[in-house]
Design a protein around this ligand. Structure first.
Ligand code: NAP
Length: 310
């Protein structure tokens, strides 16, 4: 039987991915939304999460699509009210608040699931399997996209806690931490801040293990989301955000499951995983991608670039 779920924050990702994934699943029923403005046909809208939690004891699961800064208050309110919680990436604005959510969920024997949608891209599992047992010699990540296309008018992303270009960059880091057999740590970073903004618009990262990354939001052409891994036994290229994989230049044919190659398949898999976690009241929160982002802000060199306006 489908379980009732409430969606909180009806913005771009909720509309593009969460609503169709929930509505396309037999495990879930979109029973309510929490939004100041947005509505979804067939789901009752509540103006704030406290009102929804009080009015709807029939909803055991809450999925949060808010920006990271307001997410902790909503997540902790839901957990305190005895609801399981699914978190969009990044799981919070700070590492400590993510840790607190994990502790709160364990205390109440509830699920909290810190999702990393890019890890569900079609080629990521195959890439991890191919790299396993090989000696990784060099990795280079390129994550370039147009902020106006992917985050239109989202001022929160340039405010403290919004992470700037490290918001999409953390998607690359979520794949990296999933596919590399050995942990790496950040050694240095250069963060380019527009003179009128609080978060970087571009970043270069240098990790141990000969791993480098360049993130840039100033791309005006087609987005580039690639990870190139050179090993002692050939090279692997992930393109399209982990959607396609090439070994020594030859594309690997991936098994054509329902999710392969489909961006929304990432979210269908996340909701399937959430159903599994709720069934056993488990906490799944891997903070490694966020640790790298936090480290970039800790040791990164700040460079100022021209102003950014939409
Ligand atoms: P968005 O379009 O700005 O939507 C966020 C929604 O959160 C807003 O529409 C608003 O919904 C609600 N909200 C509540 N408090 C807010 C506040 N203080 N400031 C701004 N919004 C507030 O953002 P989004 O692109 O959907 O991103 C949301 C999260 O999903 C982020 O963590 C992002 O990293 C992640 N994500 C985004 C994408 C993407 O391509 N955009 C992809 C994957 C993941 P109401 O008006 O309904 O209250």
């Amino acid at each position: 039987m489908a379980m009732n779920i409430a969606l909180v924050g009806i913005g771009k990702i909720a509309v593009d991915q969460h609503v169709p994934s929930i509505q396309g699943s037999s495990s879930w029923r979109l029973a309510a939304t929490v939004s100041r403005r947005g509505t979804v046909a067939g789901a009752k809208r509540y103006p704030d999460i406290e009102t929804m939690l009080a009015a709807r004891p029939d909803i055991p699961v809450v999925s949060l699509c808010l920006p990271p800064a307001p997410r902790f208050a909503a997540a902790s309110a839901a957990l305190e009210a005895g609801r399981h919680v699914m978190l969009e990436k990044p799981p919070g604005a700070t590492l400590a608040e993510c840790g607190s959510l994990g502790s709160l969920a364990r205390k109440h024997e509830l699920t909290v699931f810190a999702t990393w949608h890019s890890r569900e891209a079609a080629a990521v599992g195959a890439a991890r399997d191919w790299i396993e047992g090989k000696c990784v010699r060099r990795v280079h990540v390129v994550w370039r996209e147009d902020v106006r296309k992917w985050h239109p008018g989202q001022d929160w992303i340039f405010e403290p806690g919004g992470m700037g270009v490290l918001d999409p960059g953390i998607n690359a880091l979520s794949i990296l931490t999933e596919i590399l057999p050995q942990p790496v740590h950040l050694r240095g970073a250069r963060l380019r801040f527009p003179e009128n903004r609080q978060t970087p618009i571009a970043a270069d990262l240098e990790f141990s293990g000969n791993v480098t990354a360049e993130f840039d939001w100033r791309e005006r052409g087609r987005e580039v989301w690639t990870i190139n891994v050179e090993t002692d036994a050939g090279s692997l290229l992930l393109t399209e955000g982990g959607g396609r994989m090439f070994v020594d230049g030859v594309e690997t044919q991936l098994s054509s499951g329902p999710s392969a190659g489909s961006p929304s398949g990432e979210y269908s898999r996340l909701y399937a995983r959430m159903a599994e976690l709720v069934a056993v009241r488990a906490v799944e929160m891997d903070l490694r991608p966020m640790i790298h982002v936090a480290d970039a802000f800790l040791i990164g060199r700040r460079l100022t670039v021209g102003p950014f306006d939409w």
